[in-house]
Design a protein around this ligand. Structure first.
Ligand code: NAP
Length: 280
C-alpha cells in the first residue's frame, strides 16, 4: 500500500492563516527585517519569498540588500541599528554570507530576543534545556507536520540523518523532548542502512539527492525529507528517493511540497512570538 503523503503546503497555509488572524487583531504589527549580502540567486529567491510571506500575514517587513563588497563593520552597524529599532521584532540574516564575512560573529550580534532563526548560542542553549522562545524554523516545521498528522514521537525509534547546527542537531533535541528514543547519524556512521531500518520516524537532512531508497526503510515508517537538492535533470528533489520509498513507508513528505513550505510558516510564527514578547 502506498504511503500517506504529508502535505506541507496545506499545513503551512493553515499556520499562516492562524497567524494572519492574530495579526489582524494587533494594533502594532510584527516587524521582520531580512538582510541579504551579495548576489546568490537561491538566497535572493528565499528572501523574496520571506518578504512575500510577511506581506500575506500582515507583518511589517524590510529587506536590506547589501552589495557583495559590504564590510563586516558595515553589516554589524546595520544589525545594531535593527537591534535598536522598535518596529523590528525579528532579524534574519540570510546565509550563507560571502566568504570575507564571519557568519558566527554576525549571528552572535543579533539580539537573542530578535533572533527569529534561533541560531544565536543563547537560543540554541535554551533549546538544549527545553526552555525556549524560538525554535529553528526547519526542525520546528517538521515537528508541526508530525503533530498535524497525529504522529507522536513518544515511544518511537526516531532516527535523524545529518547533524548540522540548523537542522540535524536541533531536530534530534525536539524529538527527544517529545519522548522519542533518538539516534543521530552522520557521514561517519558505520552502517547507516541498519540504523535507518530501525526507525519508526526517519528524518533525513544530508543534502544528497535521492540518497535514501526503499532499502533504508522499515515498513510503515514515517519518512521526513528535509533535503532540497537537484536531480540529474536539474529538477528539485529531496534526499529520499520518493518513488521507491513511498511504497514501503507509512507516511512521507514530498519534495517540493513537504518540509520546505513549513520553514517560512515557522519563521512567521517566531516573528509573531517575538512581537508578543516585546509587547508584554
Ligand atoms: P549540512 O550542513 O551540509 O549537513 C549535512 C549533514 O549530513 C552532515 O551532518 C553530514 O555528516 C551528513 N551527511 C552527509 N553525507 C552523508 C552520508 N552519506 N551519510 C550520512 N550522513 C551524511 O546540511 P544542512 O544545512 O543540514 O542541510 C541538509 C539538507 O537539507 C540540504 O539538502 C539542504 O538544502 C536542506 N535544507 C532544507 C531546508 C528546508 O527549508 N526544507 C532548510 C535547511 C536545509 P558530517 O557531519 O559527518 O559531515
Amino acid at each position: 500500500m502506498s504511503a500517506i503523503i504529508i502535505d506541507g503546503k496545506a499545513v503551512s497555509a493553515k499556520v499562516r492563516g492562524e497567524i494572519a488572524e492574530k495579526v489582524a487583531g494587533m494594533e502594532k504589527k510584527p516587524g521582520l527585517a531580512v538582510v541579504i549580502v551579495g548576489e546568490d540567486p537561491a538566497s535572493k529567491v528565499y528572501v523574496r519569498n520571506k518578504a512575500k510571506g510577511c506581506a500575506e500575514v500582515g507583518f511589517y517587513s524590510e529587506v536590506h540588500e547589501l552589495p557583495e563588497s559590504t564590510t563586516e563593520e558595515e553589516l554589524m552597524a546595520l544589525i545594531d541599528r535593527l537591534n535598536a529599532d522598535e518596529r523590528i521584532n525579528g532579524i534574519l540574516c540570510q546565509l550563507p554570507l560571502p566568504k570575507h564575512l564571519n557568519e558566527k560573529a554576525v549571528i552572535d550580534r543579533i539580539r537573542p530576543d530578535k533572533d527569529v532563526d534561533a541560531f544565536h548560542p543563547v537560543n540554541t542553549g535554551k533549546i538544549m534545556i527545553g526552555d525556549y522562545d524560538f525554535l529553528p524554523c526547519t526542525p520546528a516545521g517538521v515537528m508541526r507536520l508530525l503533530e498535524e498528522y497525529g504522529i507522536s514521537p513518544e515511544g518511537k525509534n526516531c532516527v535523524v540523518v545529518g547533524r548540522s547546527n540548523i537542522v540535524g542537531k536541533p531536530q534530534a533535541m525536539l524529538l527527544l523532548q517529545k519522548n522519542g528514543t533518538v539516534t543521530v547519524c552522520h557521514s561517519r556512521t558505520p552502517d547507516l542502512k541498519a540504523e535507518c531500518r530501525r526507525a519508526d520516524i526517519l528524518v533525513v537532512a544530508i543534502g544528497k539527492a535521492k540518497f535514501i531508497d526503499a532499502d533504508y526503510i522499515k515498513p510503515g515508517a514515517t519518512v521526513i525529507d528535509v533535503g532540497m537538492d537537484r536531480d540529474e535533470n536539474g529538477k528539485l528533489c529531496g534526499d529520499v528517493d520518493f518513488e521507491s520509498v513511498k511504497e514501503v513507508a507509512g507516511a512521507i513528505t514530498p519534495v517540493p511540497g513537504g518540509v520546505g513550505p513549513m520553514t517560512i510558516a515557522m519563521l512567521l510564527t517566531n516573528t509573531l512570538k517575538a512581537a508578543e514578547i516585546a509587547d508584554k
